[in-house]
Design a protein around this ligand. Structure first.
Ligand SMILES: [Zn+2]
Length: 293
């Protein structure tokens, strides 16, 4: 029998929190029948973990949301397998190994669930966006870093996991990655790494050879993912794709050329920048053990 979710148990409002590398947003969701929410706060994410925790607690106490069914948190960081702490966060190093979930739960006296932002993006797209009724799919963000989450299975029995798609090794790539390894895909596709390499933001890159290489390397990474998992659809988000409308069709053309006989469909994610926030609240509507951190 499928486990009850917090949403089913309480029918009370839910809180979603999206902690990005730049901004934090906190939303109140009257229900999860629609992706609509009331924005309670938006503030620059504190690099200091204690300041961030205090700021979040202050917002939640001011709104008197102590009786919400639960708090779902999306964070731009790799989460420990027990779902309780941050273990890798290039943009938020001060959060690593802190008892984030338990401290937040103690402050707010509500159940707390924590997940990688790509897991939350996938949940939002699967509930309200382009991944509805798709059994095998992924959510990809192409921004400061290149991250993804994978879903295998039907709603109710599905498993969702964040995956290190940006840190798969490409043959013949001698570039040093910021993660410490050599040869990662993200050395060709990660906004932060490329900005350090070329010394200016990559949205200003006008060199067509640069973008050809970008498309070629990312296509190989996505074809590898499709072959290893047999996914059918990828919902794509992130500033680099959103700022380059020609990128998605170029990627699709390249993938169609490389991948045979199966087909991988790329779609622009529907929920845009609200996906991690909507997905954070959605964490409370699915069985806890359906997410592998
Ligand atoms: Zn890497």
């Amino acid at each position: 029998m499928q486990k009850q979710t917090l949403e089913q148990e309480h029918q009370a409002p839910l809180i979603g929190v999206d902690i990005g590398g730049t901004n934090t947003r906190i939303g109140l969701f009257p229900s999860l029948d629609t992706p609509e929410f009331m924005l309670l706060a938006k503030f620059p994410t504190h690099a200091d973990y204690d300041e961030q925790l205090q700021h979040m607690a202050q917002v939640l106490q001011e709104q008197d949301v102590r009786n919400v069914a639960g708090i779902g948190v999306s964070i731009a960081a790799r989460i420990a397998k027990d779902g309780q702490t941050v273990i890798f966060a290039p943009n938020l190093p001060g959060y690593i190994d802190k008892p984030f979930a338990s401290q937040l739960m103690a402050l707010c006296t509500s159940p707390v669930r924590l997940a990688h932002d790509t897991v939350c993006g996938l949940l939002a797209e699967a509930r309200f966006g382009v991944l509805q009724r798709v059994e095998r799919c992924a959510y990809l963000t192409v921004s400061t870093g290149t991250g993804a989450a994978l879903q295998l299975g039907k709603a109710g029995t599905r498993l969702i996991s964040s995956i290190e798609i940006g840190h798969q090794i490409l043959d013949g790539n001698s570039r040093q990655c910021l993660c410490g390894m050599t040869g990662c895909l993200e050395t060709y596709t990660g906004g932060r790494q490329l900005e350090l390499r070329y010394r200016h933001p990559i949205e200003h890159m006008t060199d067509s050879a640069f973008w050809e290489t970008f498309v070629e390397k990312l296509s190989i990474g996505l074809v590898n993912l499709a072959q290893l998992t047999r996914i059918d659809v990828i919902a794509i988000s992130g500033a680099i794709v959103l700022n380059n409308p020609s990128l998605l069709p170029a990627l699709q053309t390249k993938i169609d050329h490389l991948l045979t006989p199966s087909r991988l469909e790329l779609c622009l994610a529907k929920l845009g920048e609200t996906a991690p926030l909507v997905g954070a609240a959605s964490l409370l509507a699915i069985p806890e053990d359906s997410v592998l951190h």
